[in-house]
Design a protein around this ligand. Structure first.
Ligand SMILES: Nc1ncnc2c1ncn2[C@@H]1O[C@H](COP(=O)(O)OP(=O)(O)OP(=O)(O)O)[C@@H](O)[C@H]1O
Ligand SMILES: [Mg+2]
Length: 278
């Protein structure tokens, strides 16, 4: 059975692309293809112009379900890729501690996965993925197990990490808010078999402090993404047009570029309250 069909896109170096799409449309399959964990039945995945034929040390994938080794504590899980890469014990433990610190869970170093909450396990998995400073980071709904405030903080931290490292990121998320906040563009996939329905550029300048986002631009982008997620094939041609109409119909009541941080922050949340309460 076909999981993905005619999916084609490029992600330039140092860009962040978000992938959104309904359950079962093949998002996780797509990341596994890019990571070289699954050979495509047809077509190619290329990294730096070369076909991917298996796992590549420059690419790190954080799975939808954090896959930690149950018999190892958090520190040893994070240190695992360093061990495989031949780092000596003292050096890899120092690095692993630093990584646990980056994701804010240095106090769980000696605990095993079954002793950790889902959100903490996810953070440990992210720390492990960052261990070898990958040039491509694939994130499969990385923050879905986190509480709302932690999730927001992680989004901010992911961007600051990205600014420091210049890693190319492909992130799968079900949150339109998260996709827009993080990405340079949002790739919308159709229901199974997943196809690229649209590829929406996010025209928000960086850096993106939550307090000063252009709420009107966010609203416009969200409307386009939402429309494309909702429509079926026959409607697709009109979708962008209708989304633009939806956005402009918001006109007078739509928040413009905010004057103060608190106004922007409120608009940001108001904009997505509907999404979160769905
Ligand atoms: N190698 C494969 N060949 C064909 N079909 C596959 C393969 N691997 C997974 N599938 C199927 O493809 C579909 C897409 O699965 P996938 O997990 O990629 O969806 P998803 O978009 O990540 O969903 P969710 O939003 O629930 O995480 C599923 O029905 C799955 O059973
Ligand atoms: Mg998935």
């Amino acid at each position: 059975m076909l999981a993905l069909d005619r999916v084609s896109f490029d992600v330039p170096e140092r860009h962040i692309a978000a992938i959104v799409g309904p359950n079962g449309c093949g998002k996780s399959t797509l990341l596994r293809l890019v990571a070289g964990l699954l050979p495509p039945d047809d077509g190619v995945v290329a990294l730096d112009g070369r076909s991917v034929h298996g796992p590549d040390p420059r690419v790190a994938l954080v799975f939808q379900e954090p896959r930690l080794l149950p018999w190892r504590d958090a520190l040893a899980n994070v240190a695992f890729p360093l061990e495989l890469a031949g780092w000596e014990r003292g050096r890899r433990e120092r690095r692993a501690r630093e990584l646990l610190d980056i994701v804010g869970v240095e106090d769980v170093a000696r605990l095993r996965p079954h002793q950790l909450s889902g959100g903490i396990r996810q953070r440990v998995a992210i720390a492990r993925a960052l261990a070898l400073e990958p040039s491509v980071l694939l994130l499969d709904e990385p923050f879905s197990a986190l509480d709302a405030l932690t999730r927001e903080r992680f989004n901010v931290e992911l961007l600051s990490l990205w600014e420091r490292t210049g890693t190319t990121i492909l992130v799968v998320t079900h949150s339109i808010q998260e996709a827009i906040y993080l990405a340079d563009r949002v790739i919308v996939l159709s229901p199974r078999p997943g196809r690229v329905v649209t590829d929406v550029p996010v025209e928000l300048p960086r850096p993106r402090p939550l307090a000063s986002l252009d709420a009107a631009a966010v609203s416009r982008t969200a409307a386009i993404i939402r429309e494309h997620l909702l429509v079926d094939d026959g409607d697709r041609a009109d979708a962008t047009l209708r989304a633009e109409r939806v956005a402009s119909a918001d006109g007078p009541s739509a928040p413009g570029p905010p004057d103060t941080g608190s106004v922007a922050r409120r608009s940001w949340f108001e904009l997505f309250r509907r999404e979160e309460t769905r």
